[in-house]
Design a protein around this ligand. Sequence first.
Ligand code: UD1
Length: 334
Amino acid sequence: MNILTTGGLGYIGSHTVVELIKSGYTVEIIDNLFNSKIEVLDKIQKITGVRPVFHKVDLLDYEATLNALKCTKFDAVIHFAGMKAVGESVEKPLVYYENNIQGSINLLKAMAEVGVKKLVFSSSATVYGDKGDESGRLIETMITGVEIANPYGWTKAMIEQIIRDVSVSDPEFEATILRYFNPIGADKSGLIGEDPNGIPNNLMPIITNVYLGKISELTIYGDDYPTKDGSCERDFIHVTDLAKGHLSALRHIKPGVSVYNLGTSKATSVFGLVDAFESISKRKLPKKIGKRRAGDLAVVCADASLASNELGWKAELTIEDAIRDTLRYLGNLE
Ligand code: UD1
């Protein structure tokens, strides 16, 4: 099967490309290199022995996107490409709406033009807004698209809706929307991972930057939440498990739109993740307790039983595996 991945050199995209190639898929990559590096292509080749065809294309360029789609007869597209920094999306909402939404529209138009009918889309648990039961557990049937905290999250909810509308207009269209929880970790080769350069926003890249001495200390945003240890709890999922979820989604894709949470169904606290990182790396990180961060929820955790029942997919790796793989990746960078 020929698969086109947009954003295939990014963090989740590159790990998925590796798993696809390992499972025998032929993969091509579209990426604008805005938030990724071309060297990742060499790393993918090193891990898999295969160098995927690469198109340096920005999805905002419709003609270039169409040309890339015309190169090969693709069976499906996995759409990762998008800007993802929550804080930046608040500062530059129009850039986010234009890039993520117009980019997705261009991709869908080009797919329609060349007759590619299968799409897997990278969505996020952020589309649930502040929903969730008292335990913070989120399930696919919950209402989405209300009280989303930032423009980045809105772009994900809006693209989900665009995909639903396209599916109504074309009964042959098959789409699977994957709502990711908190990806961490790196490929076990230690060759690809989450690039620690740039200004990180998420907990794990901040921890690694503190570990590398690039950030002087970690601030834990609040220890007064109604949780066991007072810090927020999240469903941290190993990026390789997440990547494998895309293969299961491709295998089970069907007409209409299907939606799945990709998480572990298990919440770990911020203190818990930091403790595990310190004990595995055998190094104490400089840290302090700060104020709560605006928009953070006490607990965000997947109910991932639908993916288990319908896709036969389950996360298998632990946060300890993710930390060990992250440290191997950081070791290779040094
Ligand atoms: C965030 C976004 C979410 C997005 C996801 C992946 C918000 C409210 N949510 O999720 O929309 O889909 O990233 O990009 O921004 N923390 C600290 N110190 C830090 C950084 C984080 O204590 O320096 C804590 C946070 O308070 C949070 C947890 O770590 O409780 C995880 O934070 P983060 O990695 O940013 O992910 P989310 O906020 O869950």
